[in-house]
Structures are given as C-alpha cells and as structure tokens.
Design a protein around this ligand. Structure first.
Ligand code: ZN
Ligand code: ZN
Length: 207
C-alpha cells in the first residue's frame, strides 16, 4: 500500500503505543489502527467518520497486535475478544472506538466478517483483509471506499443502528463484496433520524 505506514514492534517490548491523555479524547471517536496500515487511508476514514457522525476523530493505536484472538484451527482471528479489549482500553471520555486491522476476522457462526460491533456499545472493528477482492493490484480507490463504508457501518451499530432494508444505505447488511460496492457510504434518512436521537440521548447521559 502507498503512503506512510504505522510501524510497531521495532523497539521490543518497551515500545508501547503512545496513548493520548484522556482529556484530549473527550467527545472524540478513536480510530485505533492495529499493525501496518496506510496512514493516508486511516486519515481519510477519520474525515468521513467526522462528516457522517459529527464527532472529531483521533488516531490512537491502543493495541499492538491481535495474537490473543488467533484461532489456529481456523487460521483466523476472532473479532469479539478484540472489540472487548478495545472497549476496555478506550478512555471513558472517548465516545466510541474503531479498530482497523488487516487480519481476517470471524465470529463462530460465520466463515468471516468484514467487521463486528457492540450494538449500542463503545467498540467496533473492521478488517481490510477481504476488501480488495476482485481489485487489480494498485487499484486503491475502490478499496478505500469499501474500507470507509465498513467503518461507517460498524460505527453505526455502536450508535445503536440496526441493519437497514434500504440497499443503498450504509447500514445495509452485506453478504458479499458486491453488496458493499452497491451500497453508499452514507446513511439513509431513516437511519439519520435514529442516529440523531441516539446522539441526543448520549449527550444527555454525559452532561
Ligand atoms: Zn452490520
Ligand atoms: Zn438506513
């Protein structure tokens, strides 16, 4: 992938990622890249999240790796313990936390997932692993759009949004990469109303 990469593990066990002061995360959505990821892409994801959800974002790598979630029988990583860890590590003042990883994710009832979220909770994760399906090497724009759509989708669940019947809405459930390409990167009017109500509720609960 082009652009600068986030590099970890280069200084041994003492090189924990820098965790920003909790006060600087007040009311922000944390984006937590896990492992090597294109930093330009992460920033684009952040800008789209701000546009859709209205909260500022902060890039803060809170987890160095996801070895703890590896399932050797499936050769994949289980997403659930990862979002639990992200929720645990997120400072209370942060609104939500989104992890982004390149490893292939699963939940036990499915062969793979593009992401998982805590419905109405704090944390979610997406995997870029299967989002380059059908793309030629070096074709980044459709890939970036897919990553952004999945990020918006999983964060939507943390804001209590369920799957939407509207196949153009970003909250539409996607079984395949074609479904991902078909839907838009924005919320339909119905989901927007639900989101606004949820944000009002969240703001009231924290003031
Ligand atoms: Zn979903
Ligand atoms: Zn919708």
């Amino acid at each position: 992938m082009p652009g600068n990469k986030f590099k970890y593990n280069t200084l041994g066990p003492a090189s924990h990622p820098k965790i920003p002061n909790a006060d600087t995360l007040r009311g922000k959505i944390i984006i937590s890249p896990i492992g090597d990821l294109d930093s330009d892409l992460i920033q684009r994801v952040g800008r789209e999240i701000h546009r859709i959800y209205g909260f500022k974002t902060r890039i803060a790598p809170l987890i160095q790796d996801v070895v703890f979630a590896f399932d050797s029988s499936r050769n994949q990583h289980c997403s659930t313990p990862i979002i639990e860890k992200l929720a645990h590590l997120a400072p209370p003042k942060a609104i939500k936390i989104l992890g982004i990883t390149r490893v292939d994710l699963f939940i036990p009832i499915l062969t793979h997932v593009y992401g998982e979220a805590q419905l109405g909770g704090k944390a979610c994760i997406i995997s870029t692993h299967r989002l380059n399906e059908g793309l030629a090497m070096g074709v980044w724009e459709p890939f970036d759009r897919r990553v952004i759509k999945e990020a918006i989708h999983e964060l939507g669940h943390t804001f209590n949004l369920r799957h939407c019947q509207n196949s153009a809405c970003c909250m539409h459930y996607c079984r395949s990469i074609k479904d991902v390409d078909r839907k838009s990167g924005v919320l339909c009017r119905y989901c927007k109303v639900l989101l606004e109500d949820e944000i009002k509720r969240l703001v009231l609960a924290t003031t």
